[in-house]
Ligand binder design. Structure first.
Ligand SMILES: [Zn+2]
Length: 447
């Protein structure tokens, strides 16, 4: 396919905006950017998509999300309202994830993926939990990825919350999917990693067992130090802080994604930096759970590789950018904190490096020859002059996720002129609403 009449934002380092040229991709890969007439002459058989002056850019990437939480929207949590994050886990997320069966996992995933396509998010790292449907749950999510056509990485949250047998079932589900997906061909849209819930729900025994079985090429995806309770629990169990404890079990490294890290101390941050472990930041979730905010911009300056995720909030990633921009200023009472360029470092460059690493080194999240054709068109008419230098601020203050009109993943058009091509959204919503009622009933019975 040839895309003509687009202003191309490449997100190379340094970034470029290319005007008056066309982009061509064949199969799943970007081939060339060049003068429109030359490209059309050189690729006479390719379909032409006229962008009509829109911005063409790489699809957005989400480094941490939970499809399973979708049916929480509108859910009635019995009074009194949870007073802190541990109570939120006990009153909302744990009774909810225990209410999910196979169909619920499928439709929770489909709803999120439709939301992602509509908002230009083309790669998602999911962290799944459904304690009453563990074995086979990741196949259901993989199938949803294949049905919608977007790209993602799956894992199951291993935990001791439900006893030894369920912890083992979670371990086996991760291992099975790593074996199934991480040897598949580079065109396959789904990869797997090894999920763990959080230090506070993991025994020494389960950590040891997981380490013993985890293939050396894999890392883990785990919540870490989201709330101070995680740190205190770890000190009680092991005499060590969370990162030290997980480091002792050799879970740190450049394949591992640690999530939140709000309550890390200097030593823990240094260990993450030394081992090149990824940290994923979710400011909307941190604010919603009232767990505080990590000192993210100074951690980035110190060399920590911080990505941006949404932790199950909407897949409108520019909303996450905006919250990030505002939250750190307010939290620190300093308007110089968290510049838009720092958000680009996380959400564009680090997320791109993370996704590229998980998909066998083929570049994802950048427009250049050889990169994956994961692309979005944005119908944005700037009211002031837009330049490479002010683009991060133009996005924060001007871009709206509803301006995404076309989404392409792996060279396949998933939405064109705001119409989904792979799914009937209305039908999915009807089915999901019916399922959500039953999920809510199973949830309510636990109180
Ligand atoms: Zn999470």
């Amino acid at each position: 396919m040839i895309i003509t009449n687009a202003n191309i934002i490449t997100w190379e380092r340094p970034n470029r905006i290319i005007y008056g040229q066309a982009l061509v991709f064949t199969g799943s890969v970007i081939k060339e950017i060049g003068p429109q007439s030359t490209i059309i002459a050189d690729y006479p058989n390719e379909e032409v998509l006229d962008a009509n002056g829109q911005w063409l850019m790489p699809g957005l990437i989400c480094a941490h999300t939970h499809f399973y939480g979708t049916f929480s929207r509108g859910l009635y949590i019995p009074a009194p309202a949870p007073a802190d994050f541990p109570e939120i886990l006990k009153k909302l997320w744990w009774p909810l994830d225990q209410s999910l069966l196979a169909e619920d996992v499928k439709y929770s995933s489909l709803l999120c993926m439709i939301d992602a396509i509509k908002h230009g998010t083309t790669t998602l790292f999911d962290h799944h939990a459904s304690p009453n449907f563990i074995s086979g749950s990741l196949d259901v999510i993989e199938d949803a990825f294949l049905e919608t056509g977007i790209r993602g990485v799956v894992c199951y949250e291993v935990t001791d919350r439900g006893g030894k047998e369920k912890a083992e079932e979670g371990i086996q589900e991760n291992l099975r999917m790593i074996k199934k997906l991480n040897h598949s061909d580079s065109e396959h849209l789904v990869k797997a990693t090894f999920g763990m819930h959080a230090s506070l729900t993991l025994s020494e025994e389960t950590l040891e067992r997981s380490r013993e079985l985890l293939p050396s090429a894999s890392g883990i995806h785990i919540h870490a130090a989201e709330h101070w309770v995680d740190e205190y629990d770890s000190i009680n169990k092991s005499g060590m802080r969370v990162i030290e404890r997980l480091n002792k079990h050799h879970f740190l490294g450049d394949k591992s994604i640690f999530v939140h890290g709000v309550h890390l101390d200097h030593s823990e941050i240094a260990q993450l930096i030394q081992t090149k472990t990824w940290l994923s930041h979710q400011p909307r979730s941190n604010l919603n759970n009232a767990v505080g905010l990590g000192d993210i911009d100074s951690q980035i300056r110190a060399g920590l590789r911080v990505c941006l995720g949404n932790d199950g909030f909407s897949n409108a990633m520019w909303d996450e950018w905006r919250t990030c921009y505002l939250a750190h200023k307010g939290w620190n009472r300093d308007p110089r904190r968290m510049g838009a360029n720092t958000i680009v470092d996380m959400a564009v460059y680090n997320n791109s490096d993370l996704a590229t690493q998980f998909f066998d080194g083929t570049r994802i999240g950048r427009i250049e020859p050889g990169a994956k054709a994961d692309l979005v068109l944005v119908d944005f008419d700037p009211i002031t002059e837009l330049s490479v230098d002010n683009l991060p601020w133009q996005i924060i203050f001007g871009f709206r996720d509803s301006m995404v009109t076309t989404t392409i993943v792996n060279g396949k058009v998933l939405m064109k002129d705001r119409k989904l091509t792979t799914l009937d959204e209305k039908e999915v919503n009807i089915k999901a609403r019916a399922l959500s009622k039953n999920v809510w009933q199973r949830y309510a019975k636990q109180f």
